[in-house]
Structures are given as structure tokens and as C-alpha cells.
Design a protein around this ligand. Sequence first.
Ligand code: SAM
Length: 279
Amino acid sequence: MLMTDSPIRTPTRRRVLPVGESGSLWETRPSCGIFEFRGMRLRLMVDDPTEVLFPTDCGLSLLSALDSDDAPGLEGVNALDLGAGSGLYSVALLAAGAERVTALDINPASAAQTMSNVTANGLDGTRLTCVTSPLEEYTPEVRFDLVITNPPHLPHDPSYATGDGLETALVARRGGRAVYDSVVERMDSFLAPGGTLLMAHSSLADVPRTVAELTARGYESETLAVFEMDIPLLAYAEHKETMLALLKERRAAGQADFDGSRFTVHALMFRRPAAATGR
Ligand SMILES: C[S@@+](CC[C@H](N)C(=O)[O-])C[C@H]1O[C@@H](n2cnc3c(N)ncnc32)[C@H](O)[C@@H]1O
């Protein structure tokens, strides 16, 4: 089971990632990489990086925040990797001793890529279940001890809508909030009482709103770390000005926080109260 009795930690560490060219850390779109997690070297491949997102600095930052001695225990957990993509979190959780992982994604190409990354790392594929579904339509038979997620966070606009897997991974309606809103709305159906939600939350998509909404539902929140990095505009280089204009509108309305091309990713941990109404 996940260890959730550690004291709430303050203050939050802010980690600054380097500045890239053209408002992006990605000089080229990678398709293969090695990442380290809890003393293990794990390898991640993406067969077609235009169809399934190769992990970004946003996704990796949450793992980095969990890569410390005082981070929650993962041994034996039954976990949901919500918006699994290429399976970064599924691989990390299984390598760290999770009993079972369910990798859910709306993109049908995610399931095969996640399974392939799990087995390529020598992990037991029978401990992984892949589900292709929008999270809005998914109800598990048994709720999870742990949910981990890195939702899309860039605002949608018809001028750069493509409808491919990359867009689904990076862009969301309602100014980039749509998947965060669904996560909040659905969390009681996914997470067992006493369970933990781990979320990479972009400052472009209103971190205070998500924290306030989950707090209002009785969840306890903790910021594990804050990472400053470039807004990942490479995929939208031709539409950079449109996207920045949308982001500026949201910032003026108090719904986004960034400075020039720099924004922050908040590694958040929420705990569902153990006394909440049952499974
Ligand atoms: C930013 S990517 C994160 C992928 C992976 N977790 C990582 O960190 O590398 C977001 C993922 O959520 C998926 N997604 C977007 N909307 C979704 C929805 N409504 N239901 C389920 N998955 C969704 C996308 O297909 C994409 O794989």
C-alpha cells in the first residue's frame, strides 16, 4: 500500500530548467530516452512521436519530484496511470514495485506503446492492464490506491487543431483546463478512500483552481516541487503567436501564470480522506 502518513512538507523547492531555443527545450523531437528513477535506469521508446507523445519535461518533472527518499512509497500499490501516453509512469511504477498498474488513455496507440515499454524494461506485462477510453467514460471495478497523471495543458484553437495523438496529448479545450476539470470531477470514482493522487500541473492551466476544487471535496494537498521551464511551443512553432495571445488572455483573467516564455509545473500530491464514503 502507498504510505500516506508522512507529515505535510513545506516549503516547496523551485527547480529551474535551462532555457532552450525558440521557446522550447526540444531541439528535435526525441523518440528514445533513458531516465533514472529510484536508482533504476529505465528506457522509453516511442515508435511514432507524432502519434504518441514522447515524455516532455512537464511529465518528467513529476517523476523527478517522486525520486527522493521522502516521496511516497510505491511498493504493492494498485495504480491508475491516467493519460498514460507512452507509458512513462506505468514503467516507473512497476519498476518501483507497484502490484498492478492500469494504463488508461483516449489515444488507441498508447496501449501497445505502453505495453511494449513495460516489457522492454524486463517488467512483468501481466501486472499491466491497458484501457483505451476517455477518462470521462471510465469507471473501474475497484478503486485505486494511487492515481498519477500529467494532463494536456495548452489552450486549444481551431487554427492549429489537427486531431492527432500529439494534439490530444498537449492541447485541451476550455483554455487548456478540460482534462484537469475531468480529473477533479472523476477522482472520487477512481481513488479509494485514503488514496493518493499525484499530478503534474501546469501554471498555464490555473493551478489554484484545481487545488481549491479538490480541497473543497475534502482532499488534502501538498506541493512536492515546482519546476520552472520553457513553454513547449516547438509542436506549435507556426502558431506560437496565436497560442501566446490565448495564454496572455488567460493570464489577464488570472487563469494562467507565466513570464515571457517561462512557466512552472507543480508536482502536486492530493490525499483523499480515509473516512470518505466507501468503495
Ligand atoms: C501530456 S500527455 C502525458 C503522457 C504521459 N503520462 C507522460 O507524462 O509522458 C497527456 C495524455 O493524456 C491523454 N488524454 C488526453 N485527453 C484524455 C482523456 N479525455 N481521457 C484519457 N486520456 C486523455 C493523451 O492522449 C496523452 O497521452
